[in-house]
Design a protein around this ligand. Structure first.
Ligand code: LMR
Length: 393
């Protein structure tokens, strides 16, 4: 029977990872998959994570099941980190999920349960896996304009114009900060207008928050999400992969913010139900590490300090790449790199130019010219700038 199966389209980010590994060239540069790397190209275990793991090792006495929603202490800690004081705890339903992707998937499933006729609106561009999961679930999608192709900055007018066509009962996927792949985030005023428009249209905002702490800081990066949550119902998928550096532990949370405590209880039961249908109990180890760090003053301070080093390090790389490109081109046309937030920027290169950078310079980036800024270091910044100019950017 298995011969009935058809090949599935390869995930373009993951195939790039494989192509990079297979490339025998010494000086190859990996700006592909969104994984933080330090100046030596390593993805370190964060100090506080290591310490929390030691404590768990010493103190954990059982591996029995937690709860279907995961350990409630994890949900509490994540709700506090993402939402602060924006909404009362009793109006937030939450479940632990296997990574941010697990939360995204469960969120889409909840939307389908709420309204089987819902269309999910996604920014163009978005993380390719958003579209792939939606397709897999058979949920209809529409895209809204997001970045201006010339400036590579946010197209606020385009976003608002396209979202005016949203229907009541539809859901709109928004990247809470550090947009993947463009690096372009709306400003506070644009966020307010997006929120108001979605309320007016009766659509549900669904925030994917995968990079909190990588843009302007832990609090600032949550501001748009908090404003949306204050405004009414919304869904939030938050990931701990990047900001805690625990990619392989698969740690995330899905939150549903309601306007009524009674409704929130039903939402909580539905989220737990979805966990049971999909994988029963969510993974616990990463969640326990996160809860341990967020619940201990010393570990939390150390984690925040290291996260801040990571964030400012990426900003420094952006600044040196922009400066090098200014020097080589005698123009400021790459200064958009300084306005972009987080790990990613789209350079505006054509697929042919991306391919030339790979073939001629051993520089790997996603075909849409998305680079992972954290893949750079002081040695490779000038090499990338030179390659960009040589391929005609
Ligand atoms: C990325 O966009 O590179 C990351 O989110 C990793 C992934 O799973 O695609």
């Amino acid at each position: 029977m298995f011969d009935q199966l058809k090949d599935q389209p390869a995930d373009k980010i993951l195939s790039l990872m494989a192509a990079f590994r297979a490339d025998p060239r010494e000086g190859k540069i990996d700006l592909g998959v969104g994984v933080y790397k330090d100046a030596d190209g390593r993805t370190p275990v964060m100090r506080a994570v290591r310490e929390a793991e030691k404590r768990i090792w010493d103190e954990e006495t059982t591996k029995t099941y937690t709860a279907l929603a995961g350990d409630p202490a994890f949900s509490d800690a994540m709700i506090a980190m993402v939402l602060g004081e924006a909404v009362p705890r009793a109006r937030v339903a939450a479940v632990a999920t296997p990574g941010g992707t697990g939360a995204v998937r469960q969120g889409f499933e909840l939307i389908r349960m709420l309204n089987p006729g819902a269309t999910v609106w996604v920014p163009e561009p978005t993380w390719p896996n958003h579209l792939s999961i939606l397709k897999h679930l058979g949920i209809p999608t529409r895209s809204y304009r997001y970045v201006d192709a010339q400036t590579l900055q946010i197209d606020a007018a385009g976003i608002l114009e396209d979202l005016r066509a949203v229907q009541a009962g539809d859901a709109v996927l928004l990247h809470g900060c550090c947009h993947n792949p463009s690096g372009a985030d709306p400003d506070a005023g644009t966020w307010d207008r997006i929120g108001a428009l979605l309320r007016e249209r009766g659509a549900l905002p669904f925030v994917d928050l995968a990079y909190q702490g990588f843009g302007d800081g832990l609090e600032a990066d949550a501001a748009a999400t908090r404003a949306l949550a204050v405004g009414g119902e919304c869904l939030i998928a938050a990931s701990c992969s990047k900001n805690f550096g625990i990619y392989r532990e698969r740690t995330g949370v899905l939150m549903a913010v309601s306007t009524d405590e009674g409704v929130s209880k039903v939402a909580q039961a539905n989220l737990a139900y979805l966990n049971r249908q999909n994988y029963s109990f969510p993974p616990d180890h990463g969640a326990r590490v996160v809860t341990t760090i967020l619940g201990d003053e010393g570990l939390r301070a150390d984690w925040m300090a290291e996260l801040e080093e990571i964030r400012t390090g990426m900003q420094g790389l952006r600044a040196s790449l922009a400066a090098e490109l200014r020097r080589l081109t005698n123009s400021d046309r790459f200064d958009f790199l300084l306005n972009h937030k987080g790990m990613f920027s789209r350079l505006g290169a054509s697929p042919e130019q991306v391919e030339r950078m790979r073939a001629e310079h051993g520089i790997y980036m996603v075909g849409d010219s998305r680079i992972n800024v954290a893949g750079l270091n002081a040695r490779t910044v000038p090499l990338l700038a030179k390659a960009m100019v040589e391929v005609g950017l």
